[in-house]
Design a protein around this ligand. Structure first.
Ligand code: PEP
Length: 240
C-alpha cells in the first residue's frame, strides 16, 4: 500500500519567526497516522530539521550536479546536510519560470536519490492543455520524461490552473489522472510502482481535503498556501 502523505510547500515564504508554525506541525505529526513532510525555504531547513521529530523535512529544488560553480544553487547533498530527506522537483513554478524540462527534472531526481533524498516529482497540465483535451497526454509524457531509474519517488499531480487559484478539478478529473498515473507507474516499475504515493496538489484546503482524499489512488496532498499556518495544515493532515 502506498504511504499516505500530507506534504507542505512553503515556496518563498517564511522567516525565523515562522519556526513556531513548524513546531506546531511537528507536534501534530507525532500523533498523525499519515506521514508528514514540510518543505520550507532553504534558509529554514536546518533549524526546521532540528525541530521536526517525526515530521520529515524537504527542499523545494536542487541542482543536478553534486557541487561546483553554480552561484545561488543548492545541491541534493547540501539539502541532506541540512537534515532534509525529500526534495520537490519539477514544480510548475520552476518548469514555467525557469524553463525546467523533463530531462532536467529527471537529472535532478537522479542526483537526489544519490544523496539519499526522495524526490517529490510534480506534474500538471495548463488550463489551455486541459481545454484542448490534452491533460492526460501531457501529464503522462511528463511522468515518463521526469522519472529517475528508481521507484523511490513520490508523484504529485498538480494542475497548473489549480495552484493558488482556489480552482479544484472535479472528482472525475482527479480520478482519471490518478488512475492513469497509477497504471503507468505499474507498467514502468511493476509491483514497486504500486507502492509509490501519488499526491494531489492545487488549492487543497481543510474544507475540500476529505473529498479529495476519498478518491482512489489519491494518497495524500502537496499543499501550498494552506500549509503555511498550522491551523490550516493540521485539519488537512487529520483528513487523511
Ligand atoms: C503548490 O504550489 O504546490 C500548491 C499546491 O499550492 P496551493 O495549495 O497554494 O494551490
Amino acid at each position: 500500500m502506498p504511504q499516505k502523505i500530507a506534504a507542505g510547500n512553503w515556496k518563498m515564504n517564511g522567516t525565523q519567526a515562522s519556526l513556531s508554525e513548524i513546531q506546531a506541525i511537528a507536534e501534530a505529526a507525532q500523533e498523525s497516522p499519515c506521514s508528514t513532510i514540510l518543505c520550507p525555504p532553504a534558509h529554514l531547513l536546518h533549524r526546521a530539521a532540528k525541530l521536526a521529530g517525526p515530521l520529515a523535512i524537504g527542499g523545494q529544488n536542487c541542482h543536478h550536479a553534486p557541487s561546483g560553480a553554480f552561484t545561488g544553487d543548492i545541491s541534493a547533498a547540501q539539502l541532506a546536510d541540512c537534515g532534509a530527506s525529500y526534495v520537490i522537483l519539477g514544480h510548475s513554478e520552476r518548469r514555467e519560470g525557469y524553463g525546467e524540462s523533463d530531462s532536467l527534472v529527471r537529472a535532478k531526481a537522479q542526483a537526489a536519490l544519490q544523496s539519499g533524498l526522495t524526490p517529490i516529482i510534480c506534474l500538471g497540465e495548463s488550463q489551455e492543455q486541459r481545454a484542448a483535451g490534452q491533460a492526460l497526454e501531457v501529464v503522462l509524457a511528463q511522468l515518463s520524461g521526469s522519472l529517475p531509474d528508481d521507484a523511490q519517488v513520490i508523484i504529485a499531480y498538480e494542475p497548473i490552473w489549480a495552484i493558488g487559484t482556489g480552482l479544484v478539478p472535479t472528482v472525475a478529473e482527479i480520478t482519471e489522472v490518478h488512475d492513469a498515473l497509477r497504471a503507468q507507474l505499474h507498467a514502468i516499475f511493476g509491483a514497486a510502482g504500486q507502492e509509490i504515493s501519488i499526491l494531489y496538489g492545487g488549492s487543497v484546503k481543510p474544507s475540500n481535503a476529505q473529498e479529495i482524499f476519498a478518491i482512489t489512488h489519491v494518497n495524500g496532498a502537496l499543499v501550498g498556501g494552506a500549509s503555511l499556518k498550522a491551523e490550516d495544515f493540521l485539519p488537512i493532515m487529520r483528513s487523511l
